[in-house]
Design a protein around this ligand. Structure first.
Ligand code: ZN
Length: 440
């Protein structure tokens, strides 16, 4: 497939078709909505409530369910044991806006147009929230930082959008983001505050209506300043500066994980534990593996490998672990299928629940597309040009094509998971073939 932007005419046709399919789905759901299916001993609602959680800046290899030596995520680990864990999950990009837009639309960044933070998602593109809202779901979002504020378009389809950053005191030192001042003087809020708001809302939704709830937690994002006692959870004696950052980053994960546990408990109280829960992230975090800390820079594994856990009791066998690569484009097909809705035209991705139950296939050779976030000032600073670049994984091979620097890197992740040995020279034909798959 091509990562070039879709032409407007095709885009419009896809939207029109999507609206027709959405209307048909809604009509069918009206007929089927009160039915339940019996799956084993459990009664599973035909239209489950959905809890979608994104824990911002959470790299997979610092999650204990993914093998990290520190117990950073007991709540997520328990959720994975109660559902399925995808061991090789990728974000679309290493930036918040582009990856969230892909998660909500099942389109890659050049197709949905949010190529960097601050770009507004086109409200005409169907999202998980708009599709479920059109189908009769009650929708609400609770977000924790300014890059996903409603003004950037991710709020499309949510009837309720809670983004009050001003009342709890943010953690980010800056009060500006890309030259903009936060609406309430702060740019983010702690996970506990966000989860309190979501839990209070959930407490009021016990009439049986199907719900879509998106909760965005921001704590692992810099600055790494977990509240007590999480600031001391993983402190190393006499740490180096880098180790100190890692210790505190892990403490933030442990704190966010605790909030996740509270949130899932609140969701289960409202839904009887029968809802679909999806937990993932928008990107990882560089911890100096490639010379810098942070994200929003490139598509190295530490910036794009994320956790992805799906729990749906009665539908997804507990304790499943899936090795084949998956991607944020898979979230929309999974969620809308659970709600009985066909994915709109123009979307990518695989229904992961169908894959878990043998109704769809995942392949180890699947092409995994990654887009480097790029925009003028930042691109010039970090990449010396436009910043345009992408990544592509097929099997164990991963290409990073940094076009603005004229750099082509190729890694065999099976023997070089930390991407240290560029083999683009000795494997030039393979690198060119992979590059052609993206550019064609
Ligand atoms: Zn982010």
């Amino acid at each position: 497939m091509s990562l070039r932007p879709v032409r407007r005419s095709a885009h419009d046709a896809g939207r029109a078709l999507g609206r027709v399919l959405g209307a048909l789905s809604a009509a069918l759901l009206t007929l089927a909505c009160v039915q339940c299916t019996n799956d084993g001993a459990r009664s599973v609602p035909a239209r489950p409530s959905v809890l979608l959680v994104t824990i911002d800046t959470l790299r997979a290899d610092h999650v204990s369910a993914y093998g990290y030596a520190r117990k950073t995520s007991p709540q997520l680990d328990a959720l994975a044991a109660d559902g399925a864990l995808f061991e090789t999950a990728y974000a679309a990009s290493s930036a918040t806006g582009p990856s969230h837009a892909t998660l909500f639309t099942a389109r890659h960044p050049l197709a949905h147009g949010v190529v960097c933070n601050g770009v507004v998602l086109d409200a005409s593109i169907p999202t998980i929230a708009s599709l479920l809202s059109d189908a009769g779901y009650r929708t609400a979002a609770f977000v924790s930082s300014y890059p996903v504020a409603s003004k950037f378009g991710l709020s499309h389809g949510f009837a309720h959008y809670d983004q009050d950053f001003g009342t709890s005191g943010g953690t980010m030192k800056s009060r500006r983001w890309q030259r903009e001042r936060g609406d309430a003087g702060a740019l983010d809020r702690r996970g506990a505050v966000t989860v309190d708001a979501a839990s209070a809302w959930l407490e009021q939704q016990k009439d049986g209506a199907p719900l879509l709830v998106w909760v965005h937690l921001f704590d692992p994002h810099a600055p790494y300043s977990p509240p007590a006692p999480y600031d001391a959870s993983f402190l190393t004696a006499d740490p180096s500066q880098h180790q100190r950052e890692i210790d505190l980053y892990d403490g933030e994960i442990r704190y966010a994980d605790e909030q996740l546990g509270r949130l899932v408990a609140a969701f289960d109280r409202t839904t009887g534990g029968r809802g679909l829960v999806v937990v993932t992230s928008d990107h990882g975090e560089g911890l100096w593996e490639h010379g810098y800390g942070g994200h929003n820079r490139d598509v190295w594994e530490e910036e794009v490998r994320i956790p992805l856990v799906v729990r749906w009791r009665g539908k997804v066998e507990p304790g499943r672990r899936v090795a084949e690569p998956v991607h944020l484009v898979d979230v929309l097909p999974t969620v809308v299928a659970a709600a009985g809705i066909a994915p709109p035209a123009g979307t990518s991705g695989v229904d992961l629940v169908a894959a878990l139950t043998g109704r769809a296939e995942l392949s180890a050779e699947r092409l995994i597309y990654l887009t480097r976030p790029y925009f003028g000032e930042r691109a010039r600073k970090y990449h010396g040009g436009t910043g345009w670049g992408f990544g592509l994984r097929r099997g164990s091979w991963k290409l990073i094509e940094a076009q603005s620097e004229g750099r082509r890197n190729l890694y065999d992740l099976a023997r070089d998971p930390e991407e240290q040995e560029n083999r683009a020279g000795e494997e030039a034909a393979r690198a060119a073939e992979l590059a052609g798959l993206v550019a064609g």
